[in-house]
Design a protein around this ligand. Sequence first.
Ligand code: ZN
Length: 260
Amino acid sequence: MPDQFLIGILFGFIVSLASYYARFLDLSGAVATFILAVIVFGIGGWPWTGPIMAFFVSSSLLSRYGRSRKRQFDAAFEKSSTRDWGQVAANGGIAGVLVIVSAAFPVHDFYPLYLGAIAAVTADTWGTEIGLLTKGKTVSILTLRPVDKGTSGGVSEAGVIGGLSGAGLIALLGSFWYPDFLTAIVVVAAGGIGSTADSILGATLQAQYECVVCGKGTERRQHCAEPARLARGIAWVNNDVVNVVCAAAGAAVAWALMII
Ligand SMILES: [Zn+2]
């Protein structure tokens, strides 16, 4: 066990340093990733590290891909593609907790819940990034009326297919260490439902601001160097809060489907 933690420290250090220099993470994000990596690798080894690495690497690369085309949407998002500790904790926190809980209660099987949580955040990230890259219209998940690309709570056909593909990748990887077809289906479903919960929250409770200068909708509290006006939602429900709910929903759905 201590050996595995030593490898985890070395591995976490290499991954966070490389991600920092590649600007996938800022300094706070690199520190958070290091801590998460030591916990996940130290306790869970490769079966638990593989899926979360797949999420992290694929999401970082997808955020980077087509950067120039996506720059036009930057103003709408609260955060940039260089992720900070809040984003790391929001996307990986539930997974980290599940690794610790699984070590504390070894009689129970938390691995499908873990995969469900990761599938949900992967589906959310892939859906968002692929939705931004493709043409085709974006509609509100609630009203089904057209909205601007990048609007939280907006969904597109390509985004849904992309999101399910992301969840599928996690299910596939998971089945390498946990070969059970039904579990793989559960993981894809958890990803789809978890990211749908994310979109619904994004369309309802998540804080949306409107710039008082240029009038654009944004997740940012400030726009055009002026404090923006809260147009809907609750001020503290930001993208990170919504992502925590997304991951938790993914784990909860996997848990519910595994016991029925
Ligand atoms: Zn503005």
